[in-house]
Design a protein around this ligand. Structure first.
Ligand code: IVH
Length: 668
């Protein structure tokens, strides 16, 4: 196909992908299956690989997260990013209202919006194209986090009109993503994020955009900072205009004619906020008319025309009755505080994770203590501190056990971890948690097989490993608690249906260390079936972009175990599918490039392309770029000042090219 045909196809793909993206992330009403989106994205990435000159900054392919950055550039905000004054009660709001009246009189209205608890961002568009995104920083100078922001699906890379403007908004992590992320962190023995705001900020400050891409971040835009023409006369019209341009704004905004209706709005959201899928920490109240906003002006720090009402962080006092120890799927021991039940932010709390031993020591938490409890980010109960002055002397220090509470084998603490672990692979608690993981939504997704049913089946020894799930009989289920004829039927059909899942579901479900849902999908796409993956070497695995050494080692170790081979055999016998059924990667061998199917190592300093670009382009032509030279390396590309890798290649007699030779081949 000639260049023009490719150009036309790219333009078609851009508009289709932009439309599907908008429907999915902004409107929340997808019209095509995910697989179709993936297929078109793959096609786009392939064409761009072959014709890099056709890759533009607003290409939807930019969302997947490109190369790792060295650091964040500083960005000077053209309009400063101010903060807001705070109000903590109705009186503060009435005082704010009076100050406004003194300047603009009585004829005005307010707009009330939810105050999203995330990270303020500024997005700059030039002729409708997203060109730069930055953090607030100190208000005048922020950091350039464009690459990370491009991975957020709800941020349009191209607007529906070619306007130039700068918009402000809040990037955040939805509650569900936050909970899932912390669960994974706990399983890995890593420290959890304290709340969704920290998680969002932490994700956007990663130098590797692939991390941000994996974190399910979202955004709401709430203001226009600079625009090339006078399009709107009020804040609310401005938000409506942002909607028509394709931005995601928060729909809960309401125009309020006076401060009484503002106070009603604030109070009603104080009650409703636990039901939102994202965190809010207050309500922002703004004067609607832009002319009136101008008349009110700003102080050095904040505008006089807006204020933030902050919800009180509800904290309560209760007694810590006990500390329970739970053994997770990966053997991590988590201490949980058992509390005298108490109501906090809308729900009754009787347990709070204490995360690890260090935290118990730091806070000096003892059994019987009176403790202050709140919900971190209003979701997860947390022990804030101990009321030491209320101690009676009866309280008892808590000692972490030296042995697993479930299987009694000795616990270990790895050097770089905060967690204590049980490393007995036969520990019943780990096996039970592994089974629960296997049937969970992200894995085999067997509806009706929840935590309770699995625990019962496991306790009765009806299932010992995941293959047993597929051998369950109707008669065995009859005796179980709350299992009627209908639910048994449903459960058996759900089990049967799960046999047809695509490979990545099974792979994730098996709970191989370090292999999360995303990595499972990558592995499934590359290897296409379990047998091929089971014989993959560390070299082959690390040659894949997203797979690091730690994961590769873990995969190889996993498949080398005899019991794993036996388990896979059993799963095959009961007809569990082991093939990848999603959109296929283009067969590498099909590419007629010299690089196709070869393992290539880049070393030294490249002059014309940076390391990442070179890697991406070689991979687009079917080559595998590996990090170290070995007998399996086919080719080494050596730039300036190449050192030990070049020497090793010479010793091994591997073909060596310079950068020019590589470029010649890339542009063939
Ligand atoms: S308006 C001139 N509206 O709250 C300041 N801010 O100090 C304009 N925030 O970190 C801010 N939701 O990012 C505005 N609907 C909303 C908001 C909002 C969250 C954040 C903002 C900043 C802080 C205000």
């Amino acid at each position: 196909m000639d260049l023009q045909t490719q150009k036309n196809r790219i333009s078609e793909l851009h508009s289709l992908l932009n439309q599907y993206n908008y429907e999915y992330y902004v409107l929340d009403t997808p019209t095509v299956p995910d697989a179709e989106y993936d297929r078109l994205m793959k096609e786009l990435i392939d064409i761009e690989g072959q014709f890099p000159e056709l890759k533009t900054a607003d290409s939807p392919s930019q969302r997947v997260g490109g190369g790792v950055l060295e650091g964040f550039e500083k960005v000077e905000h053209r309009t400063p990013m101010l903060s807001l004054g705070n109000a903590f009660n109705a009186q503060d709001l009435r005082d704010f209202d009076r100050r406004i009246r003194q300047i603009v009189g009585d004829d005005f209205s307010y707009v009330c919006e939810l105050k999203i608890d995330g990270l303020a961002v500024s997005l700059r568009y030039q002729d409708g194209i997203f060109v730069q995104g930055a953090t607030r920083g100190d208000g005048s100078i922020g950091e350039d986090i464009t690459a990370n922001l491009k991975t957020i699906g709800s941020i349009p890379l191209r607007l529906k009109e070619p306007v130039s403007l700068e918009v402000r908004g809040e990037a955040f992590m939805p509650k569900r993503s936050f909970e899932a992320l912390n669960k994974v962190k706990a399983e890995k023995g890593e420290e959890a994020f304290a709340n969704p705001r920290n998680a969002a900020a932490g994700s956007l400050r990663q130098l590797d955009p692939k991390i941000a891409a994996s974190r399910n971040l979202d955004v709401f835009l709430y203001g226009i900072a600079g625009v090339e023409r006078d399009t709107v006369t009020s804040h609310s019209e401005g938000l409506n205009w942002l909607d028509t341009l394709g931005f995601k704004t928060n729909k809960e905004r309401t125009k309020c004619p006076n401060i009484d209706s503002v106070i009603d709005f604030v109070e009603s959201w104080g009650e409703k906020r636990p039901n939102l899928p994202y965190e809010i920490d207050g309500i922002v109240i703004k004067v609607d008319s832009l002319t009136q906003q101008d008349r009110l002006g700003t102080t050095a720090k904040s505008p006089r025309w807006a204020i933030a009402y902050k919800f009180p962080a509800e904290e309560v006092v209760t007694t810590l009755k006990d500390i329970e120890l739970n053994v997770g799927r990966t053997g991590v021991i988590t201490p949980t505080a058992i509390l005298e039940p108490v109501k906090v932010a809308g729900t009754t709390v009787s347990r709070a994770s204490l995360h690890n031993e260090d935290l118990i020591r730091e806070k000096d938490i003892r059994l019987g203590d009176q403790v202050v409890v709140k919900k971190a980010g209003d979701i997860i109960p947390e022990v804030v501190n101990v009321l030491v002055e209320r101690r009676t002397g009866e309280e008892q220090e808590f000692k972490m056990p030296t042995h697993c509470p479930e299987c009694e084998s000795e616990l270990v603490r790895f050097e770089d971890e905060v967690a204590l672990r049980c490393i007995n692979p036969k520990c019943p608690a780990q096996i039970r948690e592994g089974l629960i993981h296997f049937v969970s939504r992200g894995a085999m997704n067997i509806e009706g097989l929840g935590e309770k049913v699995i625990s019962q089946l496991f306790a009765e020894k009806l299932i010992v490993d995941v293959a047993d799930i597929y051998k369950l009989q109707r008669e065995q289920l009859i005796g179980l608690e709350r299992m009627g004829e209908k639910s048994i039927q449903k459960l058996l059909s759900a089990i049967e249906a799960s046999k047809e899942n695509s490979l990545e579901k099974l792979l994730f479900g098996l709970g191989i260390r370090h292999v999360g849902a995303k990595a499972a999908k990558t592995l499934a796409q590359y290897f296409e079936n379990m047998d091929r993956l089971a014989v993959a070497t560390v070299e082959e695995l690390t040659a894949i972009n997203e797979i690091g050494e730690k994961m590769a080692d873990s995969v190889v170790t996993y498949f080398s175990k005899e019991e794993v081979q036996e388990l896979l055999q059993e799963l095959k016998t009961v007809s569990v599918n082991m093939e990848y059924k999603g959109p296929k990667l283009v067969a590498m061998e099909a590419s007629d490039s010299f690089f196709a199917g070869k393992t290539i190592v880049l070393t030294g300093k490249l002059e014309q392309l940076n390391r990442n670009e070179a890697k991406e382009r070689i991979e687009a032509l079917g080559g595998n770029v590996a990090g170290s030279v070995s007998k399996k390396t086919d080719l080494v590309i050596a730039g300036e000042d190449a050192g030990s890798k070049l020497k090793k290649a010479q010793d091994l007699g591997i073909e060596i090219w310079n950068e020019e030779r590589m470029i010649e081949e890339l542009t063939k």
